[in-house]
Write a protein that binds this ligand. Structure first.
Ligand code: AP5
Length: 206
């Protein structure tokens, strides 16, 4: 299998598609956002450092996330491929990654702005890691998998979302050209139902 990067704006649906790729191809889904949130929950030194950046919609400093990912990629389960979701997010992160890994493909999960706003404002999370959207919950407020109470991510609040999108445009969008120039970029039309988009993802991965 391949070493895959998922690019796309906050709330575009990267995590949702990464979970499906993981299920279908049995390669690890490495989300820097999930790793950082787990550290915040556990109160680790990394979590304490990351929290103020995440809550403000800013990026965690490059040196923190680069080390974290480089370490993760050395684990045994990455030998047969992996999906990087939320990394790289800056040009220096991409350049560091190029020094330690061979990326095969960068999927650009492409969604217009109004759809992004709709997806992020409706997102509900469970502490077990499951993600839902209010439109599919039918009024439920607990997790279908573990029964946990659903909550709104701190950085999904409207004032933070605006900053995350600004940061995305300034620091992450340039990666689209970075991978296009390397001949690794594939755009995925990510408007529509989750399973329809996954068909587009699979075609792009062929
Ligand atoms: P991170 O967790 O990576 O957040 P993000 O990139 O902003 O992406 P999201 O998790 O918000 O969205 P997503 O694209 O995964 O969408 P999802 O599938 O959930 O990062 C959070 C923070 O951590 C950053 O702001 C930064 O501070 C820090 N950080 C992380 N990585 C870093 C790095 N490399 N460098 C520095 N800092 C870093 O979908 C969204 C919603 O839409 C869900 O409710 C979902 O159910 C729904 N949905 C998805 N697809 C569909 C569909 N087709 N139809 C209807 N609903 C859908």
């Amino acid at each position: 299998m391949k070493n895959i990067i998922l690019l796309g704006a906050p709330g575009a649906g990267k995590g949702t598609q990464a979970a499906l790729i993981h299920e279908e191809f049995d390669i690890p889904h490495i989300s820097t956002g999930d790793i950082l949130r787990r550290n915040i929950k556990e109160g680790t030194p990394l979590g304490v450092k990351a929290k103020s950046f995440i809550d403000a919609g800013e990026l965690v400093p490059d040196e923190v996330v680069i080390g974290l990912v480089e370490q993760r990629l050395q684990e045994e389960d990455c030998k047969n491929g992996y999906i990087l979701d939320g990394f790289p997010r800056t040009i220096p992160q991409a350049e560091s990654l190029d020094k330690v890994a061979r990326i095969d493909i960068a999927l650009n999960i492409d969604v217009p702005f109004d759809v992004i706003m709709e997806r992020m404002s409706g997102r509900r999370m469970c502490a077990c890691g499951e993600t839902y959207h209010v439109s599919t919950l039918g009024g439920a407020t607990t997790c279908k998998k573990c029964g946990g109470e659903l909550y709104i991510r701190e950085d999904d609040k409207p004032e933070t979302v605006a900053n995350r999108l600004k940061v995305y445009e300034a620091q992450t969008q340039p990666l689209i050209d970075y991978y296009r120039k390397q001949g690794k970029l594939k755009d995925v039309n990510a408007v529509g139902a989750i399973d329809e988009i996954f068909e587009n993802v699979k075609k792009a991965l062929q």
